[in-house]
Design a protein. Structure first.
Ligand code: SAH
Length: 204
């Protein structure tokens, strides 16, 4: 998976490649889908949600430029796979999932895998996690119409956020940085995510 789908397509960040070699992706999908866990596609994880394609996880993780001392906020825990990859890269990961069943399952698995630098909370992630702010890095794993204001507020100065922005059908992978309090935006190609739901995103 790492050689063929990531390295060959231009993902060169050695820490990201190493993290994705290490995290056992097959444990993040249900048993009937395990044989397909390392395939070049997203897979269903229940509740009409998906675990992202490996390449997208690699690309978002590289664009985020996470360092070992960083505190990261993730919105949309889903299966917890991206969360575990971030846990390999960062000092601390705070992840928020709105669907209780997914959040609880991801939390249990991450605990079972022995990660001690991850906190998973249930709720609307577009509100961020004020008690833990500011965050050096923020990753949003669902597609919304714009940058949720609370997330930009909770981004540290010189911090970096990666999120898919667009309509409900298609989005552009977007990097937002905070430079002297101002938003600087760059775009990094088309993608397709499930909907970011709630206040500061799609209402339903
Ligand atoms: N990276 C995850 C992707 C999960 S799909 C993985 O690979 O498994 C995106 C997740 O975002 C879904 O689980 C969905 O329920 C969640 N989500 C959507 N809107 C949200 C919100 N406002 N707050 C928190 N989670 C949200």
């Amino acid at each position: 998976m790492v050689d063929e789908q990531l390295a060959r397509r231009g993902i060169t960040d050695a820490r990201v490649l190493e993290a994705m070699r290490k995290v056992p992706r097959h444990l993040f999908v249900e048993e009937a889908l395990r044989e397909r866990a390392y395939g070049d596609h997203p897979l269903p994880i229940g509740e009409e949600q998906t675990i992202s394609q490996p390449y997208i996880v690699g690309l978002m993780s590289s664009l985020l430029e996470v360092r070992g001392e960083h505190k990261v906020l993730e919105v949309g825990t889903g299966s917890g796979y991206q969360t575990a990859v971030l846990a390999e890269l960062a000092r601390r990961v705070c992840s928020i999932e709105r669907l209780p069943r997914l959040g609880q399952r991801a939390r249990a698995l991450i605990e079972r895998l022995g990660y001690q630098n991850v906190w998973v909370r249930l709720g609307n992630g577009t509100l961020g996690w004020p008690d833990e702010a500011p965050f050096d890095r923020i990753l949003v794993a669902a597609g919304g119409p714009g940058v949720p204001a609370p997330l930009f507020e909770q981004l540290a100065e010189s911090g970096r956020m990666v999120l898919p922005l667009g309509d409900e059908e298609a989005q552009v992978l977007t990097v937002v940085t905070k430079v002297r309090g101002q938003m600087v935006v760059s775009r990094h190609g088309d993608c397709r995510f499930v909907k970011l739901v709630g206040k500061f995103a799609w209402e339903t």
